[in-house]
Design a protein. Sequence first.
Length: 112
Amino acid sequence: MVGIFIIIAIVVFWDGRSVVDIAQNILSPTKSCSAKVIAKRVRISRGWKRENDPKGSATWEIYYVTFQLQNEHRIESRVAIEEYEMLPEGDVGELTCQGNWYRGFERDMGER
Protein backbone atom coordinates (compact mmCIF):
# COMPACT_ATOMS: atom_id res chain seq x y z
CA MET A 1 0.00 0.00 0.00
CA VAL A 2 2.79 2.42 0.90
CA GLY A 3 4.58 1.51 -2.35
CA ILE A 4 1.55 2.47 -4.43
CA PHE A 5 1.27 5.80 -2.60
CA ILE A 6 4.95 6.52 -3.24
CA ILE A 7 4.60 5.72 -6.94
CA ILE A 8 1.52 7.98 -7.25
CA ALA A 9 3.32 10.77 -5.36
CA ILE A 10 6.34 10.49 -7.68
CA VAL A 11 4.15 10.62 -10.79
CA VAL A 12 2.20 13.64 -9.52
CA PHE A 13 5.41 15.42 -8.48
CA TRP A 14 7.24 14.51 -11.70
CA ASP A 15 4.35 15.55 -13.95
CA GLY A 16 2.65 18.04 -11.62
CA ARG A 17 2.55 20.78 -14.20
CA SER A 18 0.43 18.57 -16.44
CA VAL A 19 -2.08 18.08 -13.65
CA VAL A 20 -2.31 21.85 -13.14
CA ASP A 21 -2.61 22.48 -16.90
CA ILE A 22 -5.40 19.91 -17.24
CA ALA A 23 -7.31 21.45 -14.33
CA GLN A 24 -6.95 24.96 -15.80
CA ASN A 25 -8.12 23.80 -19.23
CA ILE A 26 -11.14 21.97 -17.79
CA LEU A 27 -12.18 25.11 -15.89
CA SER A 28 -11.67 27.39 -18.91
CA PRO A 29 -14.65 28.29 -21.07
CA THR A 30 -14.67 27.26 -24.72
CA LYS A 31 -14.15 30.38 -26.82
CA SER A 32 -13.65 31.37 -30.44
CA CYS A 33 -11.54 34.22 -31.76
CA SER A 34 -9.69 35.35 -34.87
CA ALA A 35 -6.24 33.82 -35.12
CA LYS A 36 -3.34 33.16 -37.47
CA VAL A 37 -1.24 29.99 -37.69
CA ILE A 38 2.30 31.23 -37.04
CA ALA A 39 4.31 28.09 -36.29
CA LYS A 40 4.21 24.31 -36.29
CA ARG A 41 6.45 21.76 -34.63
CA VAL A 42 6.74 18.04 -34.01
CA ARG A 43 8.12 16.50 -30.83
CA ILE A 44 9.50 13.00 -31.22
CA SER A 45 9.40 10.89 -28.08
CA ARG A 46 11.09 7.59 -27.41
CA GLY A 47 9.63 4.88 -25.25
CA TRP A 48 10.93 1.69 -23.75
CA LYS A 49 12.54 -1.01 -25.83
CA ARG A 50 10.03 -3.44 -27.28
CA GLU A 51 10.75 -7.00 -28.21
CA ASN A 52 11.00 -7.70 -31.94
CA ASP A 53 11.25 -3.97 -32.71
CA PRO A 54 13.97 -3.48 -35.34
CA LYS A 55 14.54 0.12 -34.19
CA GLY A 56 15.13 -1.00 -30.63
CA SER A 57 12.60 1.34 -29.04
CA ALA A 58 9.13 2.72 -29.54
CA THR A 59 8.86 6.24 -30.94
CA TRP A 60 5.90 8.49 -31.48
CA GLU A 61 5.29 12.01 -32.70
CA ILE A 62 3.33 14.75 -30.97
CA TYR A 63 2.13 17.62 -33.17
CA TYR A 64 1.83 21.25 -32.04
CA VAL A 65 0.51 24.38 -33.76
CA THR A 66 1.03 27.93 -32.49
CA PHE A 67 -1.72 30.48 -33.12
CA GLN A 68 -1.43 34.24 -32.71
CA LEU A 69 -4.64 35.94 -31.61
CA GLN A 70 -5.70 39.46 -32.55
CA ASN A 71 -4.51 40.79 -29.17
CA GLU A 72 -0.99 39.44 -29.98
CA HIS A 73 -1.40 36.64 -27.39
CA ARG A 74 -0.07 33.27 -28.58
CA ILE A 75 -1.50 29.83 -27.89
CA GLU A 76 0.36 26.60 -28.62
CA SER A 77 -1.94 23.59 -28.87
CA ARG A 78 -1.39 19.91 -29.35
CA VAL A 79 -3.29 18.70 -32.41
CA ALA A 80 -3.94 15.45 -34.25
CA ILE A 81 -1.80 14.72 -37.30
CA GLU A 82 -4.81 15.26 -39.58
CA GLU A 83 -5.26 18.80 -38.24
CA TYR A 84 -1.50 19.46 -38.33
CA GLU A 85 -1.33 18.58 -42.01
CA MET A 86 -4.32 20.81 -42.86
CA LEU A 87 -3.02 23.95 -41.09
CA PRO A 88 -0.27 25.66 -43.11
CA GLU A 89 1.62 28.53 -41.52
CA GLY A 90 0.02 31.83 -42.47
CA ASP A 91 -3.58 30.57 -42.44
CA VAL A 92 -6.05 33.03 -40.90
CA GLY A 93 -9.40 32.08 -39.45
CA GLU A 94 -11.53 31.42 -36.38
CA LEU A 95 -9.82 29.40 -33.64
CA THR A 96 -11.94 27.55 -31.10
CA CYS A 97 -10.12 26.55 -27.93
CA GLN A 98 -10.64 25.68 -24.28
CA GLY A 99 -7.67 27.00 -22.35
CA ASN A 100 -4.82 25.82 -24.56
CA TRP A 101 -6.75 22.78 -25.79
CA TYR A 102 -7.43 22.95 -29.51
CA ARG A 103 -11.10 22.50 -30.42
CA GLY A 104 -11.06 23.53 -34.07
CA PHE A 105 -10.01 26.05 -36.68
CA GLU A 106 -12.30 27.43 -39.38
CA ARG A 107 -10.19 28.86 -42.20
CA ASP A 108 -11.14 32.32 -43.56
CA MET A 109 -11.14 31.64 -47.28
CA GLY A 110 -10.91 35.37 -48.14
CA GLU A 111 -7.54 35.99 -46.46
CA ARG A 112 -4.11 34.41 -46.39
